[in-house]
Write a protein that binds this ligand. Structure first.
Ligand SMILES: [Zn+2]
Length: 252
């Protein structure tokens, strides 16, 4: 059986948690035996910490920092210091939706970068239409070559090169399987195997054949198969490298 690593899933989001047992059973059946639960608020973190064997990461998303950033920073900081989370994120900048003021997004990105650097934890970035600022801030505030993931990458080829030249991992979601994602499919062809990750971003962004449904880790197989096809490589090779990259990056 081929084994897969889903590097980014919101497994304790309320709409997922209600039927998590079935979701985890289907993941196991599909060979998806590793996944990172991304906690974005104190409730999803509490639920994640209750689940035996769950690998949790946490931070307030750039969408919510204006509302919850201040109140929840200490919660994530404490969990990180106590070794309860294995990565900091998703943090970053989102100028597409811009649900929070840009200045506030930047402030919390910097706070989370400093925390990750101090504790030597990988950081998971969310970035939409904000690469120039993201690169500038991270270059100033985070050690060079320290571990980082650009999750659900949807930028340009030049932005992908910016990610890769910094030594970060680039994670592709179900978006790469969409018929109109031609630019992203070009990116999928040149990411070095050593820097590639795959993810579902459960419950969002189900791949092409499941569009409109709630996403779940089992569906990461379709994304891996699409990437393999685009690159002219085998599914086994994509699964092996993305899984090994995840295990190394998160020190599992
Ligand atoms: Zn996410």
């Amino acid at each position: 059986m081929i084994h897969f690593f889903d590097s980014h899933a919101h497994l304790t989001a309320p709409e997922v948690l209600t039927h998590l047992d079935g979701i985890l059973a289907r993941a196991k059946k599909a060979g998806v035996d590793r996944m990172i639960n991304i906690c974005t608020c104190r409730t999803t973190l509490e639920e994640g910490l209750k689940l035996k064997g769950m690998l949790n990461a946490g931070a307030t998303t750039p969408h919510d920092v204006e509302k919850d950033g201040e109140a929840d920073f200490g919660v994530f900081e404490r969990a990180a210091r106590e070794g309860k989370i294995i990565a900091i994120g998703e943090t970053g900048l989102d100028y597409h939706y811009q649900h929070s003021d840009r200045k506030v997004q930047k402030k919390f990105l910097i706070r989370y970068l400093h925390l990750a650097a101090e504790l030597n934890l990988p950081v998971i970035f969310h970035c939409r239409e904000a690469f120039e600022d993201l690169f500038e801030i991270v270059d100033q505030e985070y050690p060079k070559r320290a571990p980082a993931i650009l999750h659900c990458f949807t930028g340009t080829e030049a932005e992908a090169e910016g990610v890769l030249e910094r030594g970060w991992h680039l994670s592709l979601s179900g978006i790469v399987t969409f018929k109109k994602s031609t630019a992203l499919q070009e990116v999928a062809k040149f990411v070095p195997l050593e820097q590639l990750l795959i993810e579902t971003d459960t419950p969002y962004l189900a791949p092409q054949s499941k569009r409109g449904r709630q996403n779940e880790p089992a569906f990461v197989v379709e994304t891996a198969a699409c990437i393999a096809m685009l690159r002219g490589e085998t599914l086994e090779l994509i699964a092996k490298h993305t899984r090994e990259n995840g295990i190394r990056l998160f020190s599992l």
